[in-house]
Design a protein around this ligand. Structure first.
Ligand code: E4P
Length: 226
């Protein structure tokens, strides 16, 4: 499973990229608003993210009609070959994704909450589909089980004929709230987990690692002071 960072914060992206484990970035309008982003800076900001990470960068379309989504998608894709256009799973989104995929533009279908939505995303030519885990948990439902169903259902078929350059759709576990969700995503066979920076940090940490380091440090001092 690959790790993407789910943020628009350049500092977080630069830091995570320096760890050598970052395979991509996903953003959305809320994440850009959270860092105080302005519309006039958006394209420059997306380019800056692309400069920081060696991998796909999802930038979301905010249009609702298919023609507008396609136009916005083309403009976003023109910013960098790394850009993947994020499009919600709606009727208009599916039609726009088909059009963009036919032009060779990679799409990440977002706001996916069910198996039928995921299969439709694949059939529309999306390169990625993003089932949201945490938002199910927010309403006391089982997000991991939905994710598992989606991974299994997509795995039942050869969908390589649907997408851009016959690349098979990859499942991005999104709306990840904690390291437990990352474990579940990996065990369920998600291709990618896109995680907030605080979750990435939590994934590195373990109290037994800290305790072990303390013990090694104390014992090494005995060696060096002997
Ligand atoms: C996915 O790409 C979304 O940007 C994101 O994971 C949504 O997460 P949230 O439910 O924490 O807003």
């Amino acid at each position: 499973m690959k790790f993407f960072l789910d943020t628009a914060d350049l500092g977080e992206i630069a830091e995570a990229a320096s760890w050598g484990v970052l395979a991509g970035v996903t953003t959305n309008p809320s994440l850009y608003a959270r860092i105080g982003g302005k519309l006039s800076d958006f394209e420059t900001h997306v380019r800056r993210i692309c400069d920081l990470v060696d991998g796909p960068v999802s930038a979301e379309s905010t249009a609702t009609g298919r023609a507008d989504i396609v136009a916005q998608g083309r403009a976003l894709a023109a910013l960098s070959p790394q850009v993947v256009v994020k499009v919600p799973v709606t009727v208009e989104g599916l039609a726009a994704t088909r059009a963009l995929a036919d032009e060779g533009v990679r799409v990440n279908m977002t706001l996916c909450f069910s198996v039928p939505q995921a299969i439709l995303a694949a059939r529309s030519g999306a390169r990625y589909v993003s089932p949201f885990v945490g938002r199910f948990d927010d309403i006391a439902e089982d997000g991991a089980s939905q994710l598992g169903d989606i991974v299994e259902a997509l795995g039942n078929y050869d969908l390589s004929s649907c997408g851009v350059a016959h690349e098979t759709i990859e499942v991005i576990a999104a709306s990840v709230r904690n390291a437990g969700h990352v474990t579940q995503a990996a065990l369920l066979g998600a291709d990618i987990a896109t995680v907030p920076f605080k979750v990435l940090k939590a994934c590195v940490a373990h109290p037994l690692t800290d305790r072990g380091l303390d013990a090694f440090d104390k014992d090494w001092k005995k060696v060096t002071n002997a």
